[in-house]
Design a protein around this ligand. Structure first.
Ligand code: AMP
Length: 444
């Protein structure tokens, strides 16, 4: 399958060549021709599957033909859950649409100048990428004209609902013309997302990508149990010293702790910074730029702030805290193993948190290989017993071929990692929510 078989405008095909894309990923092969044909789409695809291009290529193909509609509002509107993801989508749109010289894009996200955005909206605009909250602010001030909107994209719709944007989304959808084409991407199309999707689409084509195609590289995963917080710090020290990481993202459950940990690592001499939702947007952007340029080696981040980070040089992800929601595990580890490179994801869990690990594994429909670092084994073991589906093999079990001690050896030179290798992204049903039992604030 070639991009040229999908109906994409020739100017955009050239940009894809420049970007180094040789063939479409599975979600692109299925979604692009259907969207170009004008169908409403409900697509379940994970981050890392190439989903952004799957909706941008049809959107840009639409924009490659001049509008016949009156007005100067956006012809395409993309809604995303977070600022970083919105910025990433706009960046990709400018990359794939670089030869559409007349194309004007605006990114409407909180934390950036409202006045600048208002001025941008006072001129003709083709593509708006927005988070629901900031878009609503502009709608309330009467700045947005949806009269010529042709296409509405909801990216990571499940995530937007998780973040409480359902009413905003419903209001935004109502404000757009009924003639629009609607394309919705979500990790899952079950439950409330499915019900919302049915209401806002017409005869939609469902596309379910069973397993994301490997536009990303291989991610090795390890699970290390610890007795307590101090033990986790010792494990982290060891990982940072021994793993030979190039750049690393460490996930913390709370904003406060992400700052504390980043400070601690800076004191130890690492070029470390934190990224969380309370930081001013300009600061967040600067941090991400420093990460891209390699000036920051360790980013300590919360889930919300780190979504959408696409930096191919991130070699390691460390889950210092377990994610609150099982699906966040997938998003977190997807920060490494990008652009065809390999990555390593190491999850630290206190022994008493074994049930949370189980929930993540139930969501993943597979086990994460448990390992130990010699001399730093946990004194308390998680209880043995069936890990899932009643299959034998308790937490103390070692996998065949895992070198007896099973697991993380710290360093590729000495026998390398013993963890499981997975290709590309991960797919699974929505897992149950759970909460961290350390008493830090939950906000991200
Ligand atoms: P996404 O799932 O949209 O976050 O995309 C994951 C990564 O894959 C991004 O770094 C894209 O630049 C890259 N990508 C998307 N489509 C392709 C493709 N057809 N070939 C190679 N890389 C791609």
């Amino acid at each position: 399958m070639h991009f040229s078989d999908l109906g994409i405008a020739p100017t955009i095909l050239r940009a894809l060549e420049t970007a180094g894309y040789t063939s479409p990923t599975e979600v692109q092969a299925q979604a692009v021709p259907a969207a170009i044909a004008g169908r409403d789409l409900l697509v379940s695809a994970q981050t890392g599957s190439g989903k952004t291009a799957a909706f941008l290529l049809p959107a840009l193909t639409k924009l490659s033909a001049r509008s016949t509609g009156k007005g100067q509002g956006p012809r395409v509107l993309v809604l995303t859950p977070t600022r970083e993801l919105a910025q990433q989508v706009e960046k990709n749109a400018l990359e794939y649409g670089k030869d559409l010289r007349w194309m004007k894009t605006v990114c409407l996200v909180g934390g950036s100048s409202f006045g600048y955005q208002t001025r941008a909206l006072s001129r003709p605009v083709d593509l708006v990428v927005a988070t629901p909250g900031r878009l609503m602010d502009h709608m309330r001030s009467g700045r947005i004209d949806f009269s010529r909107l042709e296409m509405l994209v909801l990216d990571e719709a499940d995530r937007m609902l998780d973040m409480g944007f359902i009413e905003d989304i419903e209001t935004i959808v109502k404000a757009t013309p009924e003639t629009r084409q609607t394309v919705l991407f979500s990790a899952t199309l079950d439950g409330i997302v499915g019900r919302m999707a049915e209401k806002m689409t017409r005869d939609p084509q469902r596309i379910e990508i069973a397993r994301t195609e490997t536009s990303g590289g291989t991610i090795e995963e390890h699970l290390l149990y610890a007795d307590d917080l101090n033990h986790k710090h010792r494990l982290l020290d060891h990982i940072l010293k021994e793993s030979g990481f190039d750049q690393c993202v460490i996930f913390s459950a709370t904003k406060a702790y992400s700052e504390e940990l980043a400070d601690k690592l800076s004191d130890q001499g690492y070029s470390a910074a934190c990224l969380h939702g309370d930081m001013p947007q300009s600061w967040r952007n600067r941090t991400l730029n420093d990460l891209r340029r390699g000036r920051i080696k360790i980013l300590v981040a919360t889930d919300v702030a780190a979504r959408g980070i696409d930096v191919p040089t991130i070699t390691h992800v460390v889950n210092f805290d377990l994610p609150k929601q099982a699906e966040d595990y997938v998003h977190r580890i997807g920060r490494t193993g990008r652009a065809g490179r390999d990555g390593t994801a190491i999850t630290l869990a206190e022994s008493k948190e074994f049930h949370k690990v189980r929930r993540i594994e139930q969501y993943l429909k597979r086990q994460i290989t448990e390992g130990v670092i010699e001399g730093m084994e946990p004194t308390r073991r998680p209880p043995k017993g069936p890990r899932r589906n009643g299959k034998p093999g308790g937490y103390g079990d070692r996998r065949p071929g895992s070198g007896g001690r099973g697991g993380y050896q710290g360093n590729r030179r000495e026998g390398g990692y013993q963890g499981q290798r997975r290709e590309g992204g991960y797919q699974g049903s929505r897992g149950p929510r759970n909460s961290s039992d350390r008493s830090r604030s939950n906000a991200q």
